[in-house]
Design a protein. Sequence first.
Length: 525
Amino acid sequence: MNPVESAAVDGLVVSHDELLHLPTELRADGDSGAFAIDLQSDVGLQSSVAFLSKLEAAADALKLPVAPRGYRTGFSVNYRALFPDGGRHYRVDILEASLDSHQTIWVNGDKFELSEEAVGFAVDLQRGLAMLGNILGCCRAAASGARPPQVIAVRNELAAALTSVDTAWAGFESKYIADLIAIEDQARQLVVRAVEAEKCLRRCEAMRQQDGSAELAEEHEHVQCKLVEQIAKLNAVANHKRKGRDDLSSDILKSALQVHKSGNASKIADSSSSSSSSAAAQVLADDIVGAFEAIRKYLREVNLCLERVDPHLCNNNGLVARLCDWEESWEVGGRYVRCPLLRAALCDVVAKICDIQRLMPSLRSMIEECDVELFLVLPRIVLLCFLADPTGKQAEFMKLLLPHRFPGGSGADAELQGMTQQFHQAMRAVGAGAPGADAKAFAWEVVVRHAVDGFDGRAMALEGSPIAKRAEVQRAIDTFSQELERWSMELQRHCPEDWNQCSSVLVQCLTGASKRQTFSPKFQV
């Protein structure tokens, strides 16, 4: 060998010695002669990268031909960036894959395995590297004088080993990357199918603008349902930040669109009204439709760069953000918008709270500032709205929040009925001393003020009562207030997740503020 060749080979010998070879007991097959190195530790990884660099340098110094790599022209854009030409480009991830060729590949919860051809080339590569290691061992021994010169591997033998390794490497690289591309294409199919479903919906919408027939309306609903199904499947796989629900169906969107339609009709019928009876549901419906449109926009944009989509769908931040936005909005919609009875109950309780705000500006301030005290007051108000009319719309609200108090889904249990009776007793006691004719309205104002402002309500009640009745009135208010607070705690603690969602929805409807995320104009996959 000339000096350049000798220096390159010496460097390869040294880098081979620095590899962290695994002991026999840690090797999968227990074969002490196999090429098995540590690629998990930082030191092992760094030494492997150095070895591959020296391996390529030695082959170049010996002017060995490069095994044909024309197959790279068939790689996807991402892999062509890693392998820009026909050079060797030994990469440590390819080496690691050849050592773990029997390992299962999991993508989006699906199991994949390398093809038999890829595994076969991996075995050839390991054998070639093991044989190269033996030859390099001879070179090391000769350099140290431990072996006589006549047993030193000659240049041709080393060149043959390097050529064998390169051929096996190219064979494995070709099949391995082809397998990965196929796996990634399959993993991206969820996105591709969603993109196609969105295209179909756009075409259907364009046709409906020209022809509003019943047949096209039915077709539009069917196509829209298909797109929602694809979004739900994407959500189940990619949305790792929330629940990844796949049961949020198209009837949620249908209900939201109906709310929009009814709200617009109400405004047309009564233009002087600042809000319709479904104003609370309109706020939630806006979020449902908005989240759906945000995902549609994403699908239209990602269609232009599908190769940039990470096959592990949970790694695509733009997709995950929109799915989180979609799931949160639709989860609320599935509960409070889809069910007509619960939607009516929500609108009713929001309307009642608005009435209380007009009576007590302090409550308005709590809501606008999202004061901590508000979340102590809200459960009391919700309970009062139910107790005032236990068989009305608010019964649905209580069935949702305290289902164990409605055995069989019918009427309230004995304890809740007892609380209702206690409420009416307190109302009668307070109303008996009403200064005006409307005793019920006066009693309601006293009870509400006491629930919101505490002692202010009691003072008002005592001022309006005869002196002889004041002790009775005070006792009735105090007893009822204690029970109300106990039930308030139960409302919050029976299912904290349900109550937290409910209180968040109430505040959103009262303020009219959207809970949706905002997305940057710059597209992010």
